[in-house]
Ligand binder design. Structure first.
Ligand code: KG4
Ligand code: ZN
Length: 340
């Protein structure tokens, strides 16, 4: 089976072509970061309009670079939620139109299931069951993944997501949006132990996170003195260290709790090099193997939507003919492919 996938949940427009036998044939992406930078965050209406502008050219490029004719596509997958409603609707409308025009089935995919399955684009593929640490701009969760579509929430953030803590702190340090990658670059020049920031919720049992206090701590440090460039780097280092240490400690706690030997790390913050290095090192000491998608499949992309779509379409799952999306959509509502 060969399918086409579309991702438009936030500020990335993406189209991919995945073939069951030959693997990923194309994945094209247009990032809107430059468009939203002046506003310091994503402006939903601008995001929807830009998706409309970019999607058809991306579709053509994806088919061309896949060397695929439209009549070779046997199904269309699209992100149906969670995300920005207007942005989601642009992708859903295109997917439904292609499905109607090409007379092939369509399937609406949960964006976070896409992130969770992104490591299946790599070799070796992570075994089931495993634990997934899903860390993005909107979510921070530890999930027991018993199989595709069989997800048990172990714990999530009570307030800000890890990516949000990176982005908001980066803004306080005067870095451009989205601040995560910029902050981690600045942190590389920082001296350890110049600042000491709290490690939120580490003293409590369980798998919940809380990152909003860190942003406040950074704000207080920024207001307390005029920071030199070195001081900003030191503070960035302390912030990254606090986030990474907390994520690692809770993820390893989940490994001990479940007894599983594989840990998948997914979502935009999984691109953070410090997190990748520390988690790999600490997990290995416990005999746990870590699985990360390559950097371009950590942040939003259509290849991951194609992976989830292929599994579900192959199991004869289809979404009804309406153009329906969900801004909110609990992951635990999902069922294994074909079982909905
Ligand atoms: O998964 P994603 O592309 O979009 C959402 O679904 O949220 O994640 C984006 C988030 C942003 O908060 C961004 O700052 C963060 O991932 N991020 C990083 C890094 N690369 C992306 N955070 C820390 N270090 C990075 N290298
Ligand atoms: Zn995402």
């Amino acid at each position: 089976m060969r399918i086409l996938a579309i991702e438009t949940s936030c500020d990335e427009s993406a189209v991919a072509v995945l073939d069951e036998q030959r693997g990923l044939l194309a994945h094209e992406l247009w990032s809107q970061v430059d468009l939203h930078r002046a506003f310091g965050g994503v402006v939903p209406e601008l995001a929807s309009r830009d998706h409309l502008r970019r999607l058809l050219p991306l579709l053509r490029t994806a088919l061309d670079s896949a060397g695929s004719r439209a009549d070779e596509i046997e199904g269309v997958a699209y992100t149906a939620g969670p995300g920005l409603v207007g942005a989601l609707l642009t992708g859903a409308a295109l997917a439904r139109s292609l499905s109607y025009g090409w007379q092939v089935p369509a399937i609406g995919i949960h964006h976070l299931e896409g992130h969770l399955l992104a490591p299946m684009l790599e070799t070796p593929v992570p075994p089931f069951p495993h634990v997934a640490l899903l860390v993005s701009g909107g979510h921070t969760m530890l999930i027991e993944v018993r199989g595709i579509g069989d997800y048990r929430m172990l714990g999530q953030t009570r307030d800000d997501a890890a990516g949000e803590a990176f982005d908001k702190s980066a803004k306080l340090l005067g870095l451009p949006y989205p601040g995560g990658p910029e902050l981690s670059q600045l942190a590389a020049a920082g001296r350890p132990e110049r600042y000491s920031l709290p490690r939120p919720m580490l003293d409590r049992p369980g798998f919940e996170f809380s990152f909003s206090g860190l942003k406040t701590a950074v704000m207080q440090a920024v207001r307390a003195e005029t920071l030199s460039d070195q001081g900003r780097a030191d503070l960035a280092h302390a912030l990254q260290d606090a986030i990474v240490a907390t994520l690692c400690a809770k993820a390893l706690r989940a490994m001990e709790f479940t007894g599983h030997g594989a840990l998948v790390v997914a979502g935009g913050v999984a691109a953070n090099r410090e997190l990748r290095a520390r988690l790999t090192r600490e997990a290995a000491a416990l005999g746990v193997q870590c699985y990360f998608p390559r950097l371009e499949f950590c942040t939003d992309n259509a290849a991951m939507i194609a992976v989830a779509g292929l599994h579900r379409l192959r199991a004869h799952e289809r979404t009804g003919a309406g153009i329906e999306v969900r801004a909110r959509w609990p992951l635990e509502e999902l069922r294994p492919p074909g079982k909905t």
